[in-house]
Design a binder for this molecule. Structure first.
Ligand code: F6R
Length: 608
């Protein structure tokens, strides 16, 4: 969602801010803006549309000289995407300038009060209220004005603020929306996500809720909302700066799909020592692992789909009951949680608002929360009781691929660890599973070799109107993700169904030529899915199947088959998802879409 970048230091600010914003493009946005102090006043430029429009307007920042500036990419919430609604927002004189991520929930009542006091508003945004409220409280002391405002606003915010009469300072504050502060010899930075400033510094401070940072060219100070000074320790980011570059790939999504063998290795390998799984930071003793009577997995979107897969894996492997919820439902359904339950939340960004709320809800009910998270230091990682980092590196494309694979791998490790501790997996089975697990990266690599075949097939379906994914058990979970990938980046209507459920209504949508993707990797369910393939074939569907190598019989029923290498059925998702990710990718490319930035979507969903 919205992105923030700010800089104050020895260099020209505008090019740094614009470049930083370009690194946040993946978050999804519909307008952009920048403000720079030019030595006398703050100059603001903003424009609806892609960042390129703003870059043109400012000649890539060259016609905005100055050593401090803030910039923003906006994903519209209050008011349409337009030049006027784009950030930064200012007071009437343009002497106080604000960029904001999040939502000010009481902005209407604040706006009314300010209007009564003679203030007028140029935009429909909640953010402009912040700029005007700062103006109202400002009497020469920026920190004082900011704290007064923060005491009055309700909702979420990450803020970058400049005051024209304090040109050597830049301010930042946060509540619920992520914000980091970076520090280097060249100057100081604020950013809503690490990739924006990775080129300049790896030393970052994570602002906590209701903390304020004051940045100068060579130092940063931190304050509470009561103006008390606080000490914070920087964290060193060990991401490879190149990881956030395209490295010759047309789109980040393809690059990230190609990174999956490495990602799965990076998630698995450090946790296997002398043939045993050891998960550092798990935060649960063996006794606690033995005592677990139920697991609740809570997540959104693709992360939720890894949870659906994990349900089949954990229940099938360990016979521990697992409930899976989408976080936006979990948080409002007053879930029944018992003393020996474990809550596992899953999130790539670690900032998803609903998932974060699920952490809080569970903790408030006295439960331990384990978070499977990719972004180190993110809000969910910090608020959960313990964290299982997936170490997939920065994921830039809005549609997740490598982080999804890493989450699956994390669940496999967790299931095997639990099985071992609880004595339900014997030595033989453990080493068999271990072999299959460790073979996954090479097998994924093999599947990537089928790229051309999949591209060829995808080109035939760029004009498809509806696509159905069917499968049973884990194959159903695979279908859920395959379908989401396709619809989010190709805008083709697509649905995933438990294969046996189709005939209870949805089969009426199958017409001659409708593409049905049948996932049939589970040996126990193979014959059943084959029957379901026959049912849709009888209604004229064109069936593309994904099955395990050697299952030749499927060729009699399906029109086109993609084979995956042999693995343990519990791990099949990690292989079967690769051709489906590639399929979605090539359909989107075939339609000429901006694969990495699908319409209406944001990478990090920080509003509920
Ligand atoms: C789909 C996708 C989303 C995310 C979901 C959760 O490709 O990326 O469905 O999986 O928004 O995001 P995180 O994992 O950051 O909590």
């Amino acid at each position: 969602m919205c992105g923030i970048v700010g800089y104050i230091g020895k260099k020209q600010a505008a090019p740094i801010v614009l470049e930083g914003l370009s690194k946040l493009e993946y978050r999804g946005y519909d307008s952009a803006g920048i403000a720079v102090y030019d030595g006398e006043k703050i100059v603001t430029k903003k424009a609806a549309g892609r960042l390129a429009v703003l870059e043109n307007l400012t000649h890539s920042g060259e016609n905005m000289p100055g050593f401090s500036g803030i910039g923003h990419t906006r994903w519209a919430t209050h008011g349409a995407p337009s030049d006027l609604n784009a950030h930064p927002h200012t007071n009437k004189e343009g002497t106080i300038v604000v960029v904001h991520n999040g939502i000010i929930e009481n902005y209407m009542s604040l706006k009314t009060k300010l209007t009564d006091k003679g203030y007028s508003f140029a935009s429909e945004t909640d953010t402009e209220v912040l700029a005007q409220l700062l103006d109202y409280y400002y009497s020469g002391n920026p920190l004082q004005a900011i704290t007064k405002v923060l005491h009055r606003v309700e909702g979420s915010y990450a803020l970058g603020i400049m005051f024209a009469d304090h040109p050597d300072e830049l301010y930042a504050a946060r509540k619920e929306s992520p914000l980091i502060v970076g520090h280097s010899d060249e100057g100081c930075f604020i950013a809503s996500d690490v990739p924006a400033i990775l080129k300049y510094t790896r030393s970052v401070y994570y602002l906590d809720n209701q903390e304020i940072a004051m940045l100068k060219a060579d130092q940063v100070s931190f304050f509470t909302v009561d103006e008390e000074s606080i000490e914070k320790k920087p964290v060193t980011i060990d991401w490879d700066a190149n990881a956030a570059e395209k490295a010759g790939y047309e789109f980040f999504m393809l690059k990230e799909i190609y990174e999956e063998p490495k990602t799965v290795t990076d998630t698995i390998s450090p946790r296997i020592r002398d043939g045993k799984i050891e998960i550092e930071g798990l935060g649960l003793t063996d006794e606690e692992l033995k005592a677990i009577s139920r697991i609740h997995i809570v997540a959104c979107g693709s992360a939720y789909h890894t949870g659906v897969t994990a349900k089949y894996v954990i229940e099938g492997m360990l016979r521990i009951p697992v409930e899976v919820d989408v976080a936006s439902e979990f948080r409002y359904r007053d879930p029944i949680l018992s003393k020996n339950d474990l809550v596992i939340v899953v999130s790539q960004s670690g900032e998803t608002a609903d998932t974060l709320e699920a952490v809080r809800e569970s903790k408030a009910k006295g439960l331990k929360v384990l978070a499977i998270v990719n972004v180190v230091g993110s809000s969910i990682a910090r608020e959960a009781d313990s964290v299982f980092y997936t170490w997939a590196g920065p994921e830039i494309s809005v549609a997740t691929t490598k982080a999804y694979s890493a989450q699956l791998a994390a669940f496999y490790l967790l299931a095997m660890k639990l099985g071992r501790v609880r004595g339900v997996i014997d030595d033989k089975r453990y080493s068999e599973l271990m072999d299959y697990l460790c073979a996954l990266p090479d097998q994924i690599e093999l599947l990537l070799g089928q790229k051309e075949k999949i591209q060829h097939f995808a080109n035939r379906y760029v004009a498809a109107k509806d696509v159905f994914f069917i499968g049973r058990g884990i194959d159903y979970a695979i279908g859920l993700e395959g379908s989401l990938k396709l619809k989010e980046i190709s805008y083709i209507h697509s649905e995933a169904y438990a294969a046996g459920e189709l005939k209870h209504g949805t089969i009426s949508l199958i017409e001659p030529g409708t593409l049905v993707v049948a996932v049939a990797t589970q040996p126990e369910l193979f014959a059943k899915t084959l029957s379901n393939i026959k049912e849709v074939k009888a209604r004229g569907a064109f069936v593309m199947a994904v099955a395990e190598r050697g299952r030749k019989e499927i060729e009699k029923e399906a029109d086109y088959v993609l084979y995956i290498p042999h693995t343990d059925p519990f791990f099949a998702n990690s292989l079967a998802i690769i051709p489906l990710q590639l399929f979605a990718y090539y359909v989107s490319v075939g339609k000429g879409y901006d694969v990495d930035h699908p319409r209406n979507l944001a990478k990090s969903v920080t509003v509920e």
